[in-house]
Write a protein that binds this ligand. Structure first.
Ligand code: M6R
Length: 365
């Protein structure tokens, strides 16, 4: 069932263009409008919300970090986000004007389910973004929006994450449209950018062998830092989690501007830093963060959009992703990080699909 791939993880990485295509195109009507099957909110319901609360764990939480950006800017509504194990024990401000969004691949994560029940008890409307049809999270929600990733077998989540991101953009666009706070121009631009993603991803997957070569150079590192700004910061967290969970390398992600407030103390000669610099409006800022770590001897792998070549002057190596609008770049920029994590773990001889101490779905507290 691995269809010729050595591991489910690699197979699932390659299934992303298809998963994204399905997740998007099943929701577009002939006239270009979005139809969110499973979501039965009226315009009044949407206008009644004064806040969105996104709650999830692990990789799904990281999808939520990007979702916060997307929903705030598209639907013009404040979005709070929390990990489920914190949310459920801290008496958060949630009431009948809250739209609570639970994100979960399995739909069986106990903390996420408990957080959902707590939000429901407080009167929130529950929308879940779930991959497994009919799972507990799906059953207990008012509205369910499915990711069309197909079954995800590898413990390390890949295609669930990118399809969750796609859902977050669609929810933001849908709400923004209903509230009439998004212009036709912006809507159309987003939709065409999202529709281009599956092909761009197929293109990007062709850099697999060069990323493999890079992994052969890097696999002995025992410490890695991921840095980024804006949407790239969210992707940094995901890249770091991916690497640590399957390769057991001590990796750490931080918003790049925070480095100088402490963490930069750990950067020394040959420390590996993976710097995401895909946001045009933050590009110059990222270049100066790269300079800061270079000045302390770091070895820097940059991730940038094709055409943004200035980074080559500072980073030791650069992986390019296809050009796209800043807002949707997480759909692409995470992929080289998934591939890098995969090949580093492989070079280290790790059991990639079943990393130690981890289970596919965490149904205990
Ligand atoms: O099934 P869920 O999406 O609720 O799972 C949440 C996390 O346990 C999960 O994303 C975990 O972090 C993955 N192993 C990450 O690759």
């Amino acid at each position: 069932e691995k269809e010729g791939y050595d591991h489910f993880m690699l197979k699932e990485i390659h299934e992303q263009p298809k998963g994204l295509y399905e997740t998007l195109n099943r929701r577009i009507e002939e006239d270009g409008s979005i139809k969110l099957d499973g979501i039965n909110m009226t315009k009044e319901d949407i206008e009644n919300f004064n806040k969105v609360f996104i709650v999830a764990c692990g990789t799904a939480y990281h999808a939520g970090l990007v979702g916060k950006f997307a929903i705030e800017s598209l639907a013009k509504i404040p979005v709070e986000i929390d990990v489920a194990s914190e949310f459920r024990y801290r008496d958060p401000f949630v009431d009948d004007k809250t739209l609570f969004i639970a994100i979960s691949q399995s739909g069986e994560t106990l903390d996420t389910l408990a957080a959902l029940r707590e939000a429901k008890r407080k009167g929130a409307r529950i929308l879940s973004v779930v991959n497994v049809v009919g799972s507990s999270v799906a059953r207990e929600s008012d509205d369910v929006f499915y990711t069309w990733a197909g079954p995800e077998i590898a413990v390390a989540s890949t295609k669930a994450y990118t399809t969750q991101l796609m859902c977050m953009y669609l929810i933001g666009l849908y709400m923004g449209r209903k509230k009439e706070v998004i212009s036709d121009e912006k809507y159309n631009q987003y939709m065409s950018e999202l529709q281009d993603i599956p092909d761009k991803l197929t293109e990007l997957l062709k850099s697999e062998s060069s990323i493999h070569d890079l992994a052969k150079e890097l696999y002995k590192k025992e410490q890695v830092f991921f840095i980024g700004r804006g949407a790239d910061a969210g992707v940094s967290y995901e890249g770091s989690l991916k690497l640590k969970e399957i390769s057991y390398i001590n990796s750490f992600a931080i918003a790049a501007g925070e480095l100088k407030h402490g963490t930069i103390a750990l950067i020394e000669k040959d420390t590996l830093v993976i710097a995401l610099a895909t946001q045009d409006k933050l590009y110059e800022k990222m270049l100066s963060n790269i300079q800061e770590v270079k000045a302390r001897g770091a070895y820097v792998i940059g991730i940038a959009k094709e055409g943004n070549k200035e980074i080559e002057k500072q980073a030791d190596r650069v992986i390019y992703i296809p050009d796209c609008m800043d807002e949707v770049s997480p759909l692409l920029s995470v992929v080289p990080l998934q591939i890098l994590a995969y090949y580093i773990a492989k070079e280290r001889g790790c059991d990639i699909d079943k990393p130690k101490n981890l289970a596919k779905s965490v149904t205990v507290e």
